[in-house]
Design a binder for this molecule. Structure first.
Ligand code: F6P
Length: 334
């Protein structure tokens, strides 16, 4: 009889624990466990969105002026309820909430601030296309009273960890604590994330660019020049791929090399992507995978937002391509 050899499977918890410095062991791992739990709950809702009636819209408008989708509201609720009572967080910031989410007085507080976008790319839900979750983690010392705005308005370079979850053909959890970027795939039968993508890095040679060319006429001339270069260059062979789901586009570009850009345009004069809980956490991942993120003139990780929901232009992916965008923009701004 053939002997069955079991492939050792490393859970997200075991892996995070093994990567952490001795003094931090446990606490951050537990927070990752909570986020992974929220991700599993959201994954079930995305997989059954139409069956559960999660595809539609709510009557409510969020701080962004967007009509909230049922899944946005549901996923936000999952994040809050999974994290408000654990004693690990000092506060949360969500794309779906106008102000900082304070930890209720009846619960113990911890030292971490969790910033997140519960469902990124939610306009794709009805069409069964990939959506994602983005999160970032900051650490604070002072735990007295409600957490004020200044405490959470931090530049991405102060993140201690960030990650995203992609709800695609499988559910993948990607994170970094500054020590590489690692991906875990959810085994839906067991309900556990297992290590499948250790040490992800942007390949040297990029393969894709991802921009909404429908907005081309509304971009400024530097961005148009960059887009023209992407289309026409003989220096490298690039294909265009744009899902319109930031996490999905980023994940593909991380695996195959490429750049995702959301420049300023008429509808979004400052760019569309929010700094605190979208661009900065993804910039942290890009940086730790050998890539780079810029608003066209400066690194995203250096930007300290003035408000919770501030937006900026975003160019993120292979360093060579993002630097190219910066140089076209700089040249045309002169
Ligand atoms: O953050 C908002 C978002 O849904 C991103 O996930 C996505 O890349 C972008 O908007 C799509 O915008 P548009 O439809 O304008 O291309």
């Amino acid at each position: 009889m053939e002997r069955i050899i079991l492939r050792p499977r490393v859970t997200i918890e075991r892996f995070v624990l093994s990567k952490q410095p001795e003094h931090a062991k446990g606490k951050l791992t537990e927070l990752f466990y909570d986020i992974a739990l929220a991700a599993k709950l959201i994954a079930v809702q995305t997989k059954k969105a139409a069956l559960l009636g999660n595809g539609g819209y709510e009557d409510t408008i969020n701080i962004q002026g967007e009509q909230q989708r049922t899944l946005d509201v549901y996923a936000d609720d999952i994040f809050i309820k999974t994290n408000d009572h654990t004693g690990r967080l000092a506060a949360m910031v969500s794309e779906e909430q106008d102000s900082i989410i304070q930890i209720p007085k009846k619960y113990k507080r911890g030292n971490y601030i969790l910033v997140y976008d519960p469902i990124d790319g939610s306009s794709n839900i009805d069409t069964n296309v990939t959506v994602g979750t983005i999160f970032g983690i900051y650490k604070i010392d002072d735990l007295n009273g409600d957490i004020p705005l200044e405490t959470v308005l931090r530049p991405g370079k102060e993140l201690i960890a960030s990650g995203y979850i992609i709800y695609g053909t499988s559910t993948i959890f990607v994170y970094s604590t500054g020590d590489g970027v690692h991906g875990f795939t959810l085994d839906p039968e067991i309900g556990e994330f297992f290590l499948t993508h250790e040490n992800l890095r942007f390949p040297e040679e990029p393969a894709y660019y991802s921009m909404n060319f429908g907005a081309y006429r509304n971009w400024d001339t530097g961005v148009q020049a960059f887009a023209d270069w992407l289309r026409k260059t003989d220096e490298i062979k690039l294909s265009q791929r744009y899902i319109g789901s930031f996490v999905g586009d980023f994940h593909r570009n991380l695996l195959y090399g490429g750049v995702y850009a959301y420049p300023a345009e008429r509808k979004y004069p400052n760019g569309k992507i929010r700094i605190l809980y979208e661009s900065a956490p993804m910039a942290f991942i890009a940086h730790n995978a050998g890539g780079y993120a810029s608003d066209g003139t400066r690194p995203i990780l250096e930007i300290k937002p003035d408000t919770l929901h501030q937006r900026s232009q975003l160019f993120i992916g292979n360093t060579s391509l993002v630097k190219k965008a910066e140089s076209f923009i700089q040249r045309n701004n002169k």
